[in-house]
Write a protein that binds this ligand. Structure first.
Ligand code: MG
Length: 314
C-alpha cells in the first residue's frame, strides 16, 4: 500500500508567501493602471474628439529649431497679489524669465481684468516687449454679465491659435507645440494635455513660509524634457508634470520673493519667512501696529508727522 507523502511545511509556507507577493504586486499594477486611465478619462471629459485624436498621435523627438509657445497665467502661478496695490513675485522668477524668453515664444493669459493684468506685467521688466500677446478677462468671449461676475473661466487655446493664424511671421500654433502654465488645472479643461498645472503661489501660505518655493526651477527641468518633442500634447499625456525634477535641497533663494508696488513700480526684496509680518506695501506690520497704539512714542511721533509718507522697507 502506497504511503501518503509527508507534507513539507517549509515548501508550503514559501509557496504561499510567493503567491501572496505576486498577488500584491499585480494588484498594485492594476490599481496604478486604473488610476492612470481614470485620470486620463477624467481629464478628457470636456476635450473634443479632434483634440483627443491629436493627443493620441505618437510624439517623437524632433530637432530644436522650432519654438514652442508658452502661455503664462499670472496670479497664483507667477505672482501673489496683495490687494490692489502690489504683488509678491514667485522665487526664482528672474532665472525663469531668462530661460523662457531665450528658448520659446511667450504670451500671457490671465482671467484678471486688463488694468490688473497690465499692473502684474511689471514683473516682466525688459522682457515685456517680447511678449507675443497679453490677454486678460476681456479675451474669454464672456457675456457682459459673466465678465462682471466671478465665474470660473476656461482658457480655450483654440482662441489663441486662431488669433495667431493670420500672422505670416508666426509658425502655425496648435496642440502640437503649445503649453499653458497655470496654477488651476480646470482652466485647461478643453486641452488638458497641453497644460502644466503648478502649485499655487501664495506669499501667505504656511507651507511656502516653511519650505520656500522652487516650483519655477522644476518647470524649467520639465520644459527641458518637453521642448524637443514634436507633439507635446501626446508627450505630456504620457508624462504629466510632476514636482520631483528640481533639487530637494532647500536654499536661501527658495525664500527670496520680490514685492512690486504698482504705483511707482518700486521693487523690494523680501523673505517668504517674514512676509506674514508685512503689510501690502511691504511695510512691517508690527511697526505699523506699534505706531497705532496710543501712548506709544512712535504713535505720538506719527501723529505729529502724519502728513509724511511712510517709506516701505523689507
Ligand atoms: Mg491663477
Amino acid at each position: 500500500m502506497r504511503q501518503p507523502q509527508a507534507i513539507d511545511h517549509f515548501k508550503l509556507a514559501s509557496w504561499t508567501y510567493e503567491m501572496a507577493t505576486a498577488y500584491t504586486r499585480s494588484a498594485k499594477v492594476m490599481s496604478d493602471t486604473v488610476k492612470h486611465f481614470t485620470h486620463v478619462r477624467h481629464k478628457s471629459s470636456r476635450a473634443s474628439p479632434a483634440y483627443l485624436a491629436t493627443s493620441n498621435t505618437p510624439s517623437s523627438k524632433g530637432n530644436d529649431s522650432r519654438r514652442l509657445l508658452i502661455i503664462l497665467d499670472l496670479n497664483g502661478a507667477l505672482v501673489s497679489k496683495t490687494g490692489k496695490s502690489g504683488m509678491w513675485v514667485r522665487p526664482h522668477y528672474t532665472e525663469f524669465l531668462e530661460y523662457l524668453f531665450s528658448q520659446f515664444e511667450v504670451g500671457v493669459w490671465s482671467s484678471a481684468r486688463q488694468n490688473t493684468v497690465s499692473n502684474m506685467c511689471q514683473l516682466f521688466g525688459n522682457f515685456k516687449k517680447q511678449l507675443l500677446f497679453t490677454w486678460s478677462r476681456e479675451n474669454f468671449g464672456l457675456s457682459e454679465d459673466d465678465y462682471l461676475k466671478n465665474i470660473p473661466t476656461i482658457k480655450d487655446l483654440q482662441l489663441v491659435w486662431k488669433s495667431l493664424e493670420d500672422n505670416p511671421d508666426m509658425p502655425s500654433y496648435t496642440a502640437y507645440n503649445t503649453i499653458l502654465l497655470d496654477d488651476s488645472s480646470s482652466k485647461a479643461a478643453l486641452q488638458p494635455f497641453n497644460s502644466i498645472a503648478i502649485s499655487e503661489f501664495n506669499h501667505k501660505s504656511a507651507e511656502k513660509q516653511l519650505t520656500g518655493d522652487n516650483e519655477l526651477l522644476n518647470v524649467i527641468a520639465y520644459l527641458e524634457k518637453v521642448k524637443y518633442e514634436d507633439n507635446v500634447s501626446n508627450f505630456m499625456k504620457r508624462n504629466p508634470y510632476k514636482k520631483d525634477l528640481a533639487s530637494d535641497e532647500t536654499t536661501e533663494r527658495d525664500f527670496e520673493s520680490t514685492h512690486f508696488r504698482y504705483s511707482d513700480a518700486k521693487q523690494t526684496l523680501g523673505d517668504l519667512r517674514n512676509t506674514a509680518g508685512l503689510t501690502n506695501d511691504g511695510v512691517s506690520r508690527r511697526r505699523t501696529l506699534e505706531k497705532k497704539r496710543p501712548g506709544h512714542r512712535k504713535y505720538r511721533k506719527s501723529k505729529q508727522a502724519s502728513s509724511k509718507p511712510v517709506t516701505p522697507q523689507s
